[in-house]
Design a protein around this ligand. Structure first.
Ligand code: DGL
Length: 363
């Protein structure tokens, strides 16, 4: 594989020439006309590395089977848009991710983006917990280089498999200068989503991923089209730093419904949770028969964060539930699984409810 020469050195002149002619980011951004960026694909497993018994098996297959070098070899078009090399960090289905895996992956990505010869990183990942990983990386990796997380809903062995084009588009995006400084991105089904908002909303279709606030743009035929930019803190503006982290505090989610068993909250505390994410009904609501349990838990030093089981919208503080009085936090628009990631990181820096709430407003 050709040595990775510092891309910025080679691209400098091109950028100067381009700057004289190009519009702002509103024009379709070619990956890098004439100068190929150096992109590292960090593979972790998932369906994008899956294999089924027949081409008709689009939903029945084994995830995490195909090694990264075989994924790359299967898409020769990658060489048209970037100098690509692969690393196999894990080979697992993403439902099996743990905090240790998140930390290990984050540290590897952080090390790669520090290398002058690396211009962008693509992370291939199972779709089941892709949204947690993309948000985590968005919060802890201090870089403005593009980091693009990508997966697929069908194994590469299936008819109309989506992984090849998703991975190709992810490499195009990771090699596009206008993708710098936008935080961690998710590339699925031609859409560009923020690592913060991207969520798996359908479990069996190729248009599985979306954001409640819409995509940032699209990648179509090797061109990147932007329509909006993130406004929440991320990457270079984040107070969380993967290089300073060795463990993550335990945080657990309790799913809300009618006729809840309040013992579920106690079980989370017994499991070592330092914060409980209430995936509440509606506006993240807690049933009246559970309030005393949660007040006792809060008095015991465990934080309570009200998120919602409802896909869209955001939890409003002090509306139906007196959060100030109960010393609770609201998760804003973050779904329970993303709130869990932010709460764990927040607790590495503070135990103050006010500080936790600030972080949920800002990230
Ligand atoms: N086991 C699931 C995972 O690894 C497969 C789903 C997928 O990757 O699309 O997340």
């Amino acid at each position: 594989m050709r040595a990775f020469l510092p891309f910025m050195l080679r691209a400098g002149l091109t950028a100067l020439v381009a700057a004289n002619t190009a519009c702002a980011q509103v024009a379709p951004q070619m990956a890098n006309a004439g100068v190929k960026p150096n992109i590292v694909i960090v593979a972790t497993g998932g369906t994008i590395a899956g294999a089924g018994a027949t081409t008709a098996n689009s939903a029945t297959y084994q995830a995490a089977k195909v090694p990264v070098d075989k994924l790359i070899a299967g898409i020769p078009e990658l060489n048209d848009v970037a100098n690509v090399r692969g690393e196999q960090t894990f080979q697992i289905a993403s439902e099996s991710f743990t905090n240790d895996r998140l930390l290990q992956l984050g540290k590897r990505v952080s090390a790669l983006v520090k290398e002058p010869g690396v211009d962008g990183v693509v992370v291939t990942h199972g779709t089941d917990t892709l949204e947690e990983t993309s948000f985590f990386l968005n919060l802890v990796v201090h870089t403005d280089k593009p980091i693009v997380v990508v997966g697929s809903m069908r194994p590469g062995t299936a008819m109309s498999a989506d992984g090849m084009l998703n991975l190709y588009n992810a490499v195009v995006l990771a090699g596009t200068p206008s993708a710098r400084g936008k935080g961690v991105l998710v590339e699925m089904n031609d859409d560009i989503l923020t690592g913060r908002d991207a969520a798996k909303r359908i479990n069996i279709k190729t248009n599985a991923f979306a954001s409640a606030w819409g995509p940032l743009g699209m990648v179509v035929e090797n061109k990147v089209y932007w329509f909006r930019a993130p406004v929440k803190r991320h990457t270079m503006q984040s107070e969380f730093d993967i290089d300073m982290l060795t463990t993550l505090p335990e945080v657990q989610i309790v799913y809300g419904s009618g006729n809840m068993a309040v013992e579920m909250y106690d079980a989370a505390v017994k499991a070592g949770a330092k914060a409980i994410i209430n995936a509440g009904v509606g506006n993240g609501s807690v049933p009246n028969y559970a309030v005393d349990t949660l007040k006792k838990i809060r008095a015991g030093g465990v934080h309570v964060v009200r998120s919602s089981r409802v896909a869209d919208g955001f939890v409003i503080r002090n509306s139906e539930q007196p959060d100030d009085q109960y010393d609770w936090v609201v998760a804003h628009d973050l779904n329970p699984q993303k709130a869990k990631i932010l709460a764990a990181l927040a607790l590495t820096r503070t135990n103050s409810t006010a500080e936790l709430q600030r972080m949920f407003w800002e990230y």
